[in-house]
Design a protein around this ligand. Structure first.
Ligand code: GLN
Length: 542
């Protein structure tokens, strides 16, 4: 029988509820339990696919092609399980289905209302994931903050769900912020008390309160929270800012959080096996050496926009005992090669991540050119591959004005073009080439070597455009290698420039499959090449 754990958030958003949920998931998985995780988001977009990453952070793509909230990335990385379409639902998504049902006459004669129709649909989503995966625990995180108007139907749905499931089968955990006032040196509990009052006024008494804090929680604060939030003292859990998010499971475990959860749900406590996780986290934390990796993107002031890429770099760096120092390159400022030269000083490797739209494209092309001409290890992801091809076409093949039709419909050399199956699609949202597809690796290429000589690999996609096959001959004649294609050979999946130590790009997003305990080979390859160059340079200086 599945047990349910609901996670709500108080005081502010972006508290790290996802990390708390993922950490608890990890601690249960490490005990041999099967865990499924669901994110319910109260906004009206049908999925985050159409949202600006600057507002909402990265769009995480699953194997089955769902465009989801970035918290699913944390869930996958922490619990090492695969998420999919059933693991994320938004208010828009829920309403969409209820309205569709209404239009086909499902509720004929009835008034369709938030309660019970919307709340029933939310409960159905919770059950749907349970039925599909049959886990020991389903952890359900409600996005946003308690008290928001838009999250009310979700809170009401979990109130009903808890009652229906029974006391021993469902609990709720409230994650809240304790602001620290440096002037008086105080940690304040009042906003959290009020947040729990609000939650209670909706009929939910949390079984546990997790306190996000900058400084350790004192006995006084713990007592106050226990008293005013009506939870036993041991159910007030401190969740302090950590050196790395991967430390959070251990910090929660030290306070006995999992044991309390298991006791409340009448489940057996087992000894968790966290050895490989702890080992890897220690490698990341204790890394003495440092590598500077430039990330040439558009949303440079918000790391969350590229969170999976950033985490993948950290995983790979940790594997080799290196800390990653990120240098976010604002590509709009890389107008001339002089600008790029200045900005690339001290950079050991370059990553050009995925993206949409023309803004900053010329700067991306310039950074890739600089990396190619100066043998700086480079990894291009999705748009990064398209840019690598455009750059090569322009500067090596002499195709002046070469471009992607996404950026210049009148380009004389459309080296990146709309995919055939995309030409008649009008709408946005779920209409790209999405999810896991096989890629055939070509014999004798660096790509194949990096992937352990596998013939076929599976990676996740999210794109509308592709390399135009009309230009493949020109590109390859001039020295670019097509190292991976779709199994029928029609779509270019990977390219590489063999003259450099590491100049590789892929049409897919390997960053979605990297794990702390299993860094992705393409990121490992990049870091390895950068380290070896750095060591060589050091030798030369001696
Ligand atoms: N904009 C490009 C396309 O749609 C690349 C997409 C991406 O980088 N995810 O093909």
């Amino acid at each position: 029988m599945t047990k349910y754990i609901f996670i709500t958030g108080g005081v502010v958003s972006s508290l790290g509820k996802g990390i708390v949920g993922a950490s608890l998931g990890k601690l249960l998985v490490a005990r041999g339990y099967k865990v499924s995780m669901l994110k319910l988001d109260p906004y009206i977009n049908v999925d985050p696919g159409t949202m600006n990453p600057f507002q909402h952070g990265e769009v995480f793509v699953t194997d089955d092609g769902a465009e989801t909230d970035l918290d699913l990335g944390h869930y996958e990385r922490f619990t090492d399980t695969m998420a999919g379409k059933l693991n994320n639902a938004t208010a828009g998504n829920v309403y969409h289905r209820v309205i569709e049902e209404e239009r086909v006459g499902h509720y004929l004669g009835g008034t369709v209302q938030v309660i019970p129709h919307i709340t029933n649909e939310i409960k159905r989503r919770i059950t749907l994931l349970q039925q599909a995966t049959n886990p020991d625990f389903e952890i359900v995180e409600i996005g946003g903050t308690v008290g928001d108007i838009e999250s009310l139907p979700f809170i009401e749905a979990i109130r009903q769900f808890k009652i229906e499931a029974g006391l021993q089968n469902a609990i709720s955990i409230h994650v809240t912020l304790l602001p620290y006032l440096p002037t008086s040196g105080e940690l304040k509990t009042k906003p959290s008390q009020h947040s729990v009052y609000t939650l209670r006024s909706y009929g939910i008494q949390p079984e546990m309160v997790v306190c996000r804090t900058q400084v350790p929680l004192g006995a006084d604060e713990r007592d106050k929270i226990a008293l005013f939030c009506s939870v036993p003292k041991e159910c007030v859990i401190e969740c302090k800012d950590m050196k790395t998010i991967y430390d959070v499971p251990m910090a929660l475990e030290e306070q006995g959080m999992t044991k309390i959860v298991l006791d409340l749900l009448k489940m057996e406590n087992k000894t968790p096996d966290m050895s490989s996780w702890i080992n890897q986290v220690n490698k990341m934390k204790n890394a003495k050496e440092e590598l500077t990796v430039a990330l040439a993107g558009k949303y440079t002031s918000l790391c969350d926009a590229y969170i999976s890429v950033v985490e993948s770099l950290k995983h790979a760096g940790g594997e080799f005992g290196y800390k990653i120092k990120l240098k976010m390159l604002a590509t709009e400022e890389c107008i001339s090669m002089e600008d790029v030269k200045e900005k690339m000083q001290g950079v050991d490797a370059l990553v050009v991540p995925g993206g949409f739209g023309v803004r900053g494209i010329e700067g991306k092309l310039n950074t890739i050119r600089y990396a190619r001409e100066n043998n700086i290890p480079f990894l291009g992801l999705c748009l990064g591959l398209q840019c690598a091809v455009i750059e090569f076409a322009r500067n090596v093949c002499g195709l002046e004005g070469a471009n992607s039709v996404e950026f210049d419909k009148d380009s004389p050399y459309k080296v990146v073009d709309l995919m055939l199956e995309q030409k008649d699609i009008a709408g946005y949202g779920g209409t790209m080439r999405l999810g896991s597809y096989p890629c055939h690796l070509i014999e004798g290429t660096k790509a194949k070597e990096i992937y352990n000589n596998n013939e076929t690999i599976y990676e996740r996609h999210r794109h509308r455009y592709e390399v135009n096959n009309d230009y493949i001959e020109t590109l390859t004649k001039n020295g670019l290698i097509i190292s991976g294609t779709s199994p029928n050979g029609h779509l270019v999946e990977m390219v590489e420039y063999p003259k450099n130590d590491y100049h590789i790009a892929c049409q897919f997003h390997p960053e979605f499959k990297s794990r702390p305990t299993e860094p992705h080979p393409l990121f490992m390859g990049l870091i390895k090449a950068a380290i070896s160059q750095k060591k060589k340079a050091k030798e030369l200086c001696k």
